[in-house]
Design a protein around this ligand. Structure first.
Ligand SMILES: [Cu+2]
Length: 197
């Protein structure tokens, strides 16, 4: 209990320290579908975060929102942490990720091997191009950044936060590349996977 608690406390204190840097109220950007500073959020539904690109073959668009709500001290993507959500993408598909961060605390997204989620510091993304810019530093803001990559190799990966120690504290969700599944999907918790449309 002691070690995770002290890490969690540290993160919580960091959040408090950063709160003073938060943008002033009334500056909410358009199109935000979810969280507020208070941490209340629309309950996440799978189809809000995955869709097929109608203009490009074998291309899936993922919406990844860091600090979607207050869960896990804000160290969540789309309201899930510790692998509680999982994307599956067929091998060879193109993946376009739109990343935004609801929190004034920096977060990032980087695709790593599932076995790497406990690392304090992430290295390079597993697939070329598969991270937000400067994942160690992270970004803030709802303006968002986009990155794209090709899911070339089947396996079990994670979309992790590259900000030091965040992933080790649960800021990651699952990302599998499948050699057999024909359509991308997203699963939240114990729900059945939802196919991209
Ligand atoms: Cu993070």
């Amino acid at each position: 209990m002691h070690r995770p608690c002290s890490i969690a406390l540290f993160i919580a204190l960091s959040l408090c320290a950063h709160a003073e840097d938060a943008p002033t109220a009334g500056h909410e950007t358009h199109g935000a579908t979810n969280a507020t500073a208070a941490g209340t959020a629309v309950e996440p539904k799978e189809d809000m975060f995955i869709s097929l690109d109608p203009s490009a073959p074998k291309t899936v668009k993922l919406i990844i929102i860091a600090s979607y709500n207050a869960m896990n001290y804000g160290m969540n993507f789309n309201g899930f942490a510790k692998g509680g959500a999982k994307y599956v993408v067929p091998q060879g598909w193109n993946v376009v990720v739109n990343f935004t961060n609801n929190s004034p605390v920096p977060h990032s997204a980087i695709v790593v091997e599932r076995t790497s989620v406990k690392k304090i510091q992430m290295g390079d993304p597993y697939f070329k191009g598969a991270s937000t810019p400067s994942p160690l530093r992270g970004t803030t803001g709802k303006a968002g950044v986009e990155f794209r990559f090709t899911a070339e190799e089947p396996g079990e990966y994670a979309i992790a936060c590259g900000f030091p120690a965040h992933s080790a504290n649960g800021h990651w969700i699952g990302f599998d590349v499948s050699a057999t599944q024909e359509k991308p999907s997203l699963r939240f918790g114990e729900n059945a996977p939802v196919l991209a449309k």
